[in-house]
Write a protein of this length. Sequence first.
Length: 128
Amino acid sequence: MFITEMSYSQQFIETGWLLKAHGETEQMKISDWLDQKEAENIDVSQIELPRGMLIDEEPDETLFYEEINPCGFFCTENHPFAKIERYGHWYYCKGQDKKAGIHSSEMKWRLITRDKNLALQTAKSRIE
C-alpha cells in the first residue's frame, strides 16, 4: 500500500507528532493538538489525549489539586482527588469523585475546556 504525504502527515497529527520538512518529527504541544481537533469539529471536552503526550509535556501551571487521603502519606491505594492543569489556553481537569470512596477505582472523570471558571467549578464540585 502506498502512503500519500497527506495521509502520512495526518497519521502523525493523530498521534500528537508534527511532521516537519525533510521527514523530521517534533512532538506537538497539547494545546495545538486540541486546537487541531476543535478545528475538525470534534468535541474535545472528553477526548482522550494520545498516549505519552501528557507524560512528555509539562503543564504551564497546576491551578488546583485536592486529594482526600485519610490514610496518610505512604498509602499507595486510590483516593478521591481533583486536579486542574493548564496547557496553553486549555484546562485539563481530571480526578476521582469523592462519592467513589477511599481505595476505589470507580467514578474517574476528566474534562478539557478553555473556560477556567468551568474547570474550577467542576473540580471543586467533584471533590466536595
